[in-house]
Design a protein around this ligand. Structure first.
Ligand code: B16
Ligand code: MG
Length: 215
């Protein structure tokens, strides 16, 4: 039986995925890449900032030093964080608050497992900060999804055996990370057809509605 649910953040709980895309596209254009697409952006879902930068730089004909890469990642993050200033409760995806309340009412713990180093800021701005028993994010980890580190850290903080945790993810890398950690993997949204997922749903809202029917 599941004793904890670990929620991915970007694309599962909040709509920050569009803000990431806008900031990466602006950066890409600034360095002369005109054809940075949504398909490229899809490969950035769930992976770290530096791994996301590599997806952008693949489209450039020039080489970048480590120092330049660090500066580019900082430049993108500055734009992204500026765009987060307008973030509010209305950016929480439909069904998220309700689903968190639902699992808590069943005695199931809730945690966040996100690659983002901006997780504390995003949780604060969206009114989600006090909803979780534990938060594990890019600030706690050194390895990026599909490595299971971020989810295993969440399970450890919760004091729940990984095999009793379910992960809800919108990225293929995150689904692979959940399975690598021995957890149950629920794919939502963009990850709906992830091959390794245990179950797939269109959104957190549809998952919540399905639970509610059997409550
Ligand atoms: P940051 P998640 C991930 O969040 C994003 O999906 C991914 O696009 C981003 O590169 C990564 O966080 C790092 O974010 O630059 O804010 O540290 O889906 O794991 O919640
Ligand atoms: Mg995500």
């Amino acid at each position: 039986m599941v004793k904890a649910v670990i929620f991915d953040l970007d694309g599962v709980l909040v709509t920050t995925d569009e803000l990431h895309f806008a900031a990466w596209k602006t950066l890409a254009e600034r360095i002369g890449i005109k054809n940075f697409t949504r398909a490229d952006n899809a490969r950035q879902r769930g992976v770290s900032r530096m791994a996301s930068l590599e997806v952008v730089l693949e489209k450039s004909d020039r080489e970048f030093s480590d120092e330049e890469k660090t500066a580019l990642a900082e430049e993108k993050n500055k734009m992204y964080v500026e765009s987060l200033s307008a973030l509010s409760r209305s950016d929480v995806l439909p069904g998220a608050f309700e689903f968190i309340e639902y699992i808590k009412s069943k005695g199931i713990k809730a945690a966040v497992g996100s690659a983002s180093k901006n997780t504390p800021l995003i949780l604060e701005k969206t009114g989600l900060a006090d909803k979780f028993d534990a938060v594990s994010c890019g600030l706690d980890t050194v390895r990026s999804k599909p490595d299971p580190e971020v989810f295993l850290t969440a399970a450890k903080k919760l004091g729940v055996d990984p095999c009793r945790c379910a992960v809800i993810e919108d990225s293929n890398a995150g689904i692979e990370a959940a399975k690598a950690g021995g957890m149950y993997a629920v794919a939502v949204g963009a990850a709906e057809h992830a091959p390794k997922a245990d179950i797939s749903v269109g959104s957190l809202e549809s998952l919540y509605k399905a639970m509610d029917i059997f409550a």
